[in-house]
Design a protein around this ligand. Structure first.
Ligand code: PLP
Ligand SMILES: N[C@@H](CCSC[C@H](N)C(=O)O)C(=O)O
Length: 447
């Protein structure tokens, strides 16, 4: 499988066409597939600890550039009429993108990685392998955009989507069948921070239907904290817009796999539809990845302190770093950290809005995984594309506040959360009112 690197960090010349150029004769159904294409990097290509590997690259730039340059070119000169050069056209392949893909494959423990223009773009590439009549099993607490794409596919492309509570693997067993083509999982879920048992579900799915693909959205953890391919996933994707790039200055989507046939199909779609990441964004994503370990460490430390502060003041906090999380042990059996996204409820939409709107340091924004802290109300923002009725059915509290913690000073962040006048006092008042109502009800019952 492993191929020594060619010039510019690209593949060796014997496999040149498999990465840099399009095969006109491959199709999505796998007809006439060429021999196994060159993976972006050899499997198990890691030599050092992850924090080191994030920074260390084996770029073979001709001038020894320490940072892989941006090959801002749409087309590449060929050495003969029949081709002969490593790359021909950037939609099909570009040295800056190849360098990034090799690096990502290494840190995602994958045989091959591919990079496109957004996380949703990555999911679009994956779902194009579905055919009318295929069934997809997924969770009932999904990122809003994922829910929207699956709903669209069900309405327009004859795909049958089953939403089940994926926190109970037996519920997946109940619906998996020979018609299941894909099982799409997120963990922790966004924004309810529920944990999904990836190894147990992958086992159930593969035992019941070996052809079904287990696809994991790893956006909430990033390869710094979890490698779903090692836990039974067939395909991992994530929004590179979040932790991987870390500065909210680009959109990106990453896909990774071990099976070369899956890689061929994904590459075919990316080349055919032209959704590969641009050289400039590939460069920025590569730069962001180098600081992932240090950013994540600070973001997680801050998130833990903020979660503990909120919990100590009586809020219901959802964060896998808290021992009170009902699936604490399960999370830590799969992941190396809790991440930097947490959510909490106040019990009152109005109070939640006041807390969000009073904040100055916490930007009211969607997205997460960035150096600066963000605050949002998912039901009105990132998950607004899920109808109010469906949100209610899936028990998504309208008052839930999501915090995406950055690298600022944690005391400043905690102070800023309390800017809404009397927010903590109001919370206690609400609780006291609830207690009085319960006491009144009990009293009436006894009379
Ligand atoms: C869990 C999750 N998956 C996928 C996406 C899609 O990523 P992108 O915004 O880069 O398209 C997002 C956010 O947008 C997300 O939160
Ligand atoms: N208006 C956007 C909302 C993007 S949400 C981004 C991110 N995944 C998050 O959870 O905050 C849309 O309609 O997709």
């Amino acid at each position: 499988m492993s191929t020594p690197p060619g010039p510019s960090g690209g593949p060796s010349s014997s496999k040149i066409n498999t990465v840099g150029k399009a095969f006109a004769h491959i199709d999505l159904d796998g007809h006439d597939l060429p021999p196994s294409p060159a993976p972006s990097t050899p499997t198990n290509g890691r030599k050092y600890a992850l924090a080191t590997e994030l920074v260390y690259t084996e770029s073979k730039d001709q001038y020894g550039a320490s940072s892989m340059p941006i090959y801002q070119s749409a087309t590449f000169k060929q050495t003969s009429a029949g081709g002969g050069s490593e790359y021909d056209y950037t939609r099909s392949g570009n040295p800056t993108r190849t360098h990034l893909e090799r690096h990502l494959a290494k840190i995602m423990n994958a045989a091959r990685a591919l990079v496109v223009g957004s996380g949703m773009g990555a999911l679009d590439v994956i779902t194009r392998i579905l055919r009318p009549g295929d069934e997809v099993i997924t969770g009932d607490d999904l990122y809003g955009g994922t829910n929207r794409l699956l709903t669209y596919m069900a309405a327009n492309h004859g795909i049958i989507v089953h939403h089940v509570d994926t926190t109970t693997p037996e519920k997946v067993r109940g619906v998996v069948s020979p018609k299941t083509a894909m099982v799409l999982l997120e963990t922790p879920t966004n924004p309810l921070i529920k944990i999904v048992d990836l190894p147990s579900i992958a086992k159930i799915v593969h035992e019941t239907n070996p052809k079904a693909l287990v696809v994991v959205d790893n956006t909430m953890l990033s390869p710094m904290l979890c490698n779903p391919l090692d836990l039974g996933a067939d395909i991992v994707y994530e929004s590179g817009t979040k932790y991987l790039s870390g500065h909210h200055d680009i959109m990106a989507g990453v896909l990774a796999f071990n099976d070369p046939a899956i890689g061929d199909k994904m590459y075919f779609t990316i080349n055919s539809t032209g959704c590969g990441i641009s050289p400039n964004d590939a460069f920025l994503l590569m730069r962001g990845i180098k600081t992932l370990a240090i950013r994540m460490e600070k973001q997680q430390t801050n998130a833990q302190q903020i979660a503990e502060f909120l919990e100590s003041h009586g809020f219901r906090v959802r964060y896998p770093g808290l021992k009170s999380h009902p699936q604490y042990d399960l999370h830590w059996s799969m992941a190396r950290g809790a991440g930097a996204v947490l959510s909490f409820e106040t019990g009152d939409v109005n109070l939640s809005e006041r807390i969000v709107e009073a904040a100055r340091l916490w930007g009211i924004s969607v997205s997460f995984g960035c150096v600066n802290s963000l605050i949002s109300m998912p039901c009105q923002m990132s998950h607004a594309s899920i109808s109010a009725a469906t949100r209610k059915e899936r028990q998504m509290p309208e008052d839930i506040i999501r915090l995406c913690v950055g690298i600022e000073d944690v005391d400043d962040l905690i102070d800023d959360l309390q800017r809404a006048p009397g927010s903590i006092y109001r919370l206690h008042l609400l609780k006291f009112k609830k207690f009085l109502n319960a006491a009144k009800w009990l009293f009436q019952l006894l009379l």
